[in-house]
Design a protein around this ligand. Sequence first.
Ligand code: NAD
Ligand code: ZN
Length: 264
Amino acid sequence: MLDVDLLAGPMRDMTGSGDEVEAARSALRDARRVLVLTGAGVSAESGIPTFRGEDGWWKRRDPMELATPEAFGREPDEVWAWYDYRRRLIADAEPNAAHRALAGWAGDGREVRIITQNVDDLHERAGSDDVIHIHGSIWRVRCTGCGAVYEDRRAPLPELPPTCDRCGDHPVRPDVVWFGESLPAAELRRVQAVFDRGAIDLALVIGTEAVFGYIRQWAELARRAGAMLVEVNPSRTGLSGIVDLRMAGKAGEVLGGLGDGDAP
Ligand code: NAD
Ligand code: ZN
């Protein structure tokens, strides 16, 4: 059962401990099916900046301009160097308390499905299985000509986009979703399957601006499937107005304290 008080009242901001933390904890304790939607903010405490964060590269070039097929066509070496830089950052990063908490909640009859917009692999490295990467993976590349996909291409890659081994003709690109591109059909089918399986008890939206319509749509679908909808983000977002509970704080700190009640 969800805490009626949490659902009945206006949306609340929760920053500290108290009854509301306890209510969120008990919702988690009772939940059999948990859906988690994550964005760049969940990896921020691992040292991987969000596109809006403070960072030299991000200041020099606007990611909205670099993360496009047009940019790759125009200046492939610059886009490739940007991805190489991000690969190095991600390779050196460790999962944080948020990734670990989410991985730890699964099991004992509780299913935790993660749909991430992130191209890093920190959820997996923390121990989460079957993470749905709707924006692709930074470790995968694919040929712009024949479409061959190469898994697990670890850093360092050559500075310039390498040519495809299979066709020998075209450059390979990061197998990620760039602005203006559609979401991968296989991942969309996996998202659909999550909703087809019925009731969801708890849905968390963590570290995302939710600027993409589908994130908002999936949050709303989860709520319609019965979920208590909780946002974890230090700042308000486009979703803040529709969630049942807002936990204003960093993902690692908030989730680390939500689990089994033994956190400081
Ligand atoms: P986003 O929508 O993912 O926004 C980041 C959000 O995280 C903001 O709302 C911010 O308030 C919040 N945030 C910052 N620090 C946080 C913390 N410690 N805990 C919880 N929330 C925190 O937007 P973006 O960063 O502009 O990214 C746009 C696209 O690029 C998305 O697909 C995003 O996932 C992707 N991206 C991925 C990575 C990665 O794979 N790690 C990094 C940067 C961007
Ligand atoms: Zn090819």
